[in-house]
Design a protein around this ligand. Sequence first.
Ligand code: AMP
Ligand code: MG
Length: 413
Amino acid sequence: MAYLNVVKVADALSQMKEKFPTYHAVEHIALANAVGRILAAPLYAYENLPAFRRSMVDGYAVKASDTQGASEQSPILLRYLGEVDMGDQAGEALTTGTALYVPTGGEIPEGADAMIMIEHTERMGPDVAVFTTPRFGEHIVDIGEDVKADESVLSKGTCIKAHHMGLLASLGHHELAVIKKPRVAIFSTGDELVEVFETPTGGQVRDCNRPIIQSVLEACGCEVVLSEHLSDHYEKLHEAIKTAVAKADLVILSGGSSAGHKDMTQAVIDGFSEEEQHPNVFIHGLAIKPGKPTIVGAIDQKAIIGLPGHPAACFITLKALVEPFVRGWMGTVDAHIKTVPCVANFQLYAASGRDVYQLVKLRTSDETGTFIADIVYGKSGMVSALAQANAYVVVPMAHEGVLKGDALTAYLL
Ligand code: AMP
Ligand code: MG
């Protein structure tokens, strides 16, 4: 695999999809722990929602036909029957010429076919005067009107979010079958790296990629089972990957992915191949800037991804390649990338043969609320730009570039 034989992100993703079978280990979890998890099977309603006819207002349950012609000028009197308490059954059927008080959410009695808001009524001794003529079915939610029994409510692959919880709880789905969290092993490589809690001496830097990789993968729904720093040492890297492949479903390395004499990621991954003509690495070089020195290989049908060591490049490749791969691999069906339209407040040239991923900082313009994107500069290897940015934009290789005032799509971080 000749390095620099760069592959477009979309092509890399489709090659990976072909190579790595969908991850479909399943576990059952409590609804309370379900946010961020992926449904392993479609979810159905086992019952109607609501299970009884409910009032949408505080007021009186009536027969609409009893109130024909009622208005402010000529109210109609109905016999007051009493009230339904919240959580209680409505009791006997409503008979002609009567009205029963039902609070919002309370059960409508048999025989009633409309609710009149309390504001349009007045208690008068044993009667209720109604000052309006309701439509048939007005202010009533019918049995099964929200969800019908046996209806499919969420499809397989849905990533559960806070806004799904109400539906699931209302239907009694207290336990859910979800995709197990794939186990991920993360390695940073580089003789110059020290741990976050250590003080670097001349030439050393703290390892900042492992925390970046871990947080992106956890946000995708993975569990990090192994996280280590490795020196640029072939045997050590080989042993570490061997252990990782046995323990994890996915292996991510950072650093050592280009063609320098200390860059061993490709050689180590290919070292697991028994035949030289069938190397494990099938992608070496991604058509993005930054992020070109990216490696994808397979060992025992498991993905081994080598990311560039430069922290911003490492982050961009996680966003551009790893995140979409993992979500697809886990069978996630809904789009996760949050985008907003914005207007460029900068000029930028396209890169020949590579899509440029540019970090930006969005702000809203005072007059219209439009998002204005300011460019966030950072020399290669600098980490402050990454922290300052709140989005990135993509300038495709086929474009000439971006001019100030151009409309762009920003991908939110
Ligand atoms: P490499 O991809 O190994 O050639 O590394 C490229 C640059 O990124 C070098 O300047 C490394 O020191 C730096 N780098 C690599 N890995 C890390 C890391 N985990 N944390 C911080 N910087 C790193
Ligand atoms: Mg290195």
